[in-house]
Structures are given as structure tokens and as C-alpha cells.
Design a protein. Sequence first.
Length: 406
Amino acid sequence: MDGAALRPERVADDDLVPFARAVNRHFYNSEADDDVLPWVEALSTGYRAWWTRTDGRVAGNLGVIETTVSLPGGGDVPLAAVTAVGVAQTMRRRGVMAGLMAACLEEAVDHDEPLAGLFASEAAIYGRFGFGVAAPQVSYRVDRTRVRFVDPVDDRLVQEATPEQAHATWPRLHDRIRAERPASVAKHPGQWMLGITRDPPGWRGGASARRLVEVPGRGYASYRVKEHFDGLLPAGSVRLLELLATDPEAEAALWQHVLDLDLTTTVEVSFRPVDDTLPHLISDRHALRVTEAPPLYLRILDVPRILSSRAYRGRGTAVLEVVDPAGYAQGRWRLEVDEGGAACTPTDRPATVVLPVQSLTGIVFGGIRATSLAAARQLAERRPGAAAELDHLLAVDRAPWTTMEF
Ligand SMILES: CC(C)(COP(=O)(O)OP(=O)(O)OC[C@H]1O[C@@H](n2cnc3c(N)ncnc32)[C@H](O)[C@@H]1OP(=O)(O)O)[C@@H](O)C(=O)NCCC(=O)NCCS
């Protein structure tokens, strides 16, 4: 069966459980009720589910979380957060996913969402659909035995948090961090439920139940601990799920807490910003093994809305010729930034740069420099110095950061 001939359909609310079982099946995960029902419950509102079916079986599935994402300067715009993309093993490489993706992007435009976003488990897949890296991020594997804090704070500030306390105050802290960071995705209420309250044993990967700690009103962290003994010596590991704080003392206290857990020797964490605090808190940087984490990918669907809604530190004008075979961002756009704000309009004037829509994402959210893309031939200057001018115009105060995957 040609997958491209299958028509994607929106999944009815009554079918969310078979949809969720298909998602887990296609990711090789458990289809048991305990592993499927919690997230059906959590995402039953503000979630658009798509599937394609053939002979009564699910050939492919894709979900969209209706959320928002921050722009440089703190404003938020609607985001179609694409998730749960999977295709049955026997139906792969026949265009099933391509059909689902095209349908969900069209629907995003109908919903007035100027951006779609995703985390990719296979990085090579999504450029062809116009997704580009918006927030490069890093992962750490920390050798806890080498960690010394340069200027320790009193980590008795850190307290255990009940799920009720976490629900009451953590979303507000998350929003404060998002306002300071571009490309920071808001958490859907269901994601808070899944990240705080729901914790079926099948989700723990052999580690402990999730631990919740906080510096009340200032920061929080959640993590799991996996017990391990090397002979008789303790060699457990911490899987840090999320850590953020609104002030330096609270942030240092939380890092000290997770890097000082008895019976563990390593701490692993992903989805950290490239300008993170941790490397500056410790005296021996060789305690950190830093690797590239999966970045947040965004797909710009409405160029004028995104470019005229973000804030700018610099002033200036650029003419961007954006290449987008799908058409959504295609065109020549004049960006003019002055004291009165930013305007982005279609233009016939000569372009100063030409770039594919994937490259536009990186420079608009400040995670990637136009001069780096020019050096990599992912952006062509039509006027000498235009890439450096864009770097100046589009510079951001803090690196983009989305605190966790969706
Ligand atoms: C990844 C997955 C969803 C792709 O679905 P699919 O229906 O086979 O994809 P399509 O046939 O529609 O492929 C569309 C394009 O993507 C490419 N592509 C698909 N999977 C790819 C992969 N793993 N790596 C690189 N390219 C890939 C195809 O070659 C095709 O390219 P083309 O446009 O040049 O023809 C499917 O293989 C799958 O379910 N994998 C397991 C779950 C998973 O990894 N999900 C992705 C989460 S990010």
C-alpha cells in the first residue's frame, strides 16, 4: 500500500486510547493501560491527534499540543507543538509521516499558529518540512566525585516539595524563566500533571520514583535516582529531569543538592541552555562531559508576524529572501527596526541575504549566528557585511532554552 495515498484523519475524542496505544507501539513502548491511560487523561484537552489507517489498523500517528512559545524580548505566540510521530514498521518510508506532517502544518495555519515545533529523535528527518534549530542545547554527564563548588551557598534552602506545592507554584516560576529566554515553550497543564503527579513504574527506567525539591518561590528541581553498586562501592546515578531558579542563590543551592546525593557518582541531565550556570559554579570543568542535546526545532509559518513581534536591541534594515518550497514563508521580506518598533512587509527591493526557512529560525531566535550560517553556505549574502549586520540586529540577551522535551 502506498502510504502517500492514505488520507490523514483527525482522531475523535473517543479514539484517543487506541491512538495512544498506537503511539506507544510505534515507539516500541508498553501498550498496557498503566502506561497509556495517564497521558490520554493528561492530554485530552488542548491536543489535536491525527492518524492514518488502513485495513482497520493504524499506519501512522501524530499529535499536536496547543501551546505557546516565547520570542526574544519575552512576548509569546501560539505554537503547534508536534509530538508522538510514529509509523508502523511495515508502513515506513512510503510517505505516511509526510502526509501527517503536511496535514498538521495546514491545520496550524488555519488555527493562526505562526510556528510549529518539535524535538526530533532522528535529526535528519525534519529539515525537509522547514523545521530549523531554534534552541541548541547541551547535555551533561557529571562526575560527581570531582565536583567542588567555587563559592558554595547554604543548600539547606532546598526542601522537599509535595505534588500540591509543586502544582501551586512551579508553573509561575517556569513562566518567569520563559519570559527571559527566547524559544521557551509553555507547558500544557497535562504536561505539568505528567511531570509532577503521574509516575507509573513503567516510566522510571528502573530508577526511583520522581523526587521533587524546591527553594520555595524561587526555584525547583525534579530527578530520579538509580541505585547501583560497583562491588561493595556505591555507584548510583541521578537522572535530573528539570532544574530552574529565578535567582543565583537558589540556582546554586539546587545544583549543590543534586550533585551531593549520597550513594551516587554521576548525574545526567539533558536540555540545558548553552549559556548555563553550572560550568561556572564548579572549579573543575573536567567533571562535566558536555554533549549536544536534542535541540528545539521550530518551523516558521508566518514570517511577518514573527519578525514584527519579537523585540530588538539594535536598529536597522534588512531584506530577507526566504526559500520555502512548501510556500508558507516563501518571499522577500523587508525588516525595518527603529525606535518605534519593528515592521516586516513583503517587498520588491533587492535582497540583502537569501536563506532557506530552516536557517531563518536559528537567527530569529538568537541561537545561531547569521555569520556562522554564511560560513556554512546556509545563508548567502547579497550585500557584503549583511550577515554581520543581521547578527547585530537580531542579538539576544540570553540563549534560547526550552527546559524539557515534549
Ligand atoms: C521516523 C518515522 C516517523 C518516519 O515515518 P515514514 O512514514 O517512514 O516517513 P516518510 O516515508 O513519510 O518519509 C518522509 C521523508 O523523510 C525521510 N525519512 C523518514 N525517516 C527517516 C529517518 N529515520 N532518517 C532520515 N530520513 C528519514 C524519508 O526518506 C522521506 O524523504 P524524502 O522526502 O526525501 O522522500 C518512522 O520511521 C517511525 O515511526 N520511526 C519510529 C518512531 C520515530 O522515530 N519517530 C520519530 C520521532 S521524532
